[in-house]
Design a protein around this ligand. Structure first.
Ligand SMILES: [Zn+2]
Length: 213
């Protein structure tokens, strides 16, 4: 926090034969005022980069503004998948204050919210699995697709898997350390684990392309 530092805000599109699944939404283009110590910039919103009318689901890793901010740009009939514990925290005054949630980001009445509890096989075929990785926020989740793991904000930087240096605003650092250990074990078993906001590890464009299994 001592000196300015610029880092990316990623979102991911996972495509299968029948699904186009958005993982997080990024920032809302009309809400780029500073949030706490963060100054926000945006070249392209999620709606500028993806035809949101073609999405079949949205998975939210957690409810921080840089992950859920642009939810209102997604058609209301697209199911939104989030951990039940994260959704509950996002509607609890004490948890909202502690976690710096901005409820306007997800306070939408006419939306199909699908709450999951713990690890969850999203499509029922093992291809995409939501991993409950709490700590950064109460119901934070990561996403495993094949040998790729979108770790989201379990660690902001790849080095966090080793040194457990987490942002000060995490909800539960002990739980976050356990989640980091879980992701590190996946990495050590051969998975590619993407950190949340590491400018060295994250680049625009395709992360991986894979034909039919
Ligand atoms: Zn984040």
């Amino acid at each position: 926090m001592d000196e300015p530092f610029r880092y990316p805000v990623p979102a991911y599109l996972v495509e299968t034969d029948t699904e186009r699944i958005l993982i997080d939404t990024g920032l809302h283009p009309e809400r780029l005022e500073a949030v706490g110590p963060f100054e926000l910039e945006q070249e392209l919103s999620i709606a500028d980069q993806v035809d949101v009318a073609t999405l079949t689901r949205v998975v939210l890793t957690h409810l921080h503004f840089d992950h859920v901010g642009a939810l209102s740009l997604i058609p209301a009939d697209v199911p939104v998948v989030v951990q039940r514990s994260e959704w509950a925290a996002g509607h609890d005054d004490a948890a909202i204050g502690r976690n710096f949630y901005l409820p306007r980001d997800y306070a939408l009445t006419e939306r199909n919210v699908q709450l999951v509890e713990g690890d969850h096989d999203l499509l029922g075929d093992g291809s995409i699995v939501l991993l409950l990785t709490p700590g950064h926020t109460p119901g934070h989740q990561s996403v495993r697709a094949g040998d790729l793991v979108i770790g989201a904000d379990v660690v902001h930087f790849a080095s966090g898997l080793e040194d457990h240096r987490f942002p000060a605003f995490g909800d539960d650092h002990a739980a976050q350390a356990r989640s980091a250990e879980r992701l590190r074990a996946l990495r050590d078993a051969g998975h590619t684990v993407l950190p949340g906001h590491d400018p060295e590890a994250l680049r625009p464009g395709p992360v991986t392309e894979r034909g039919p299994a």
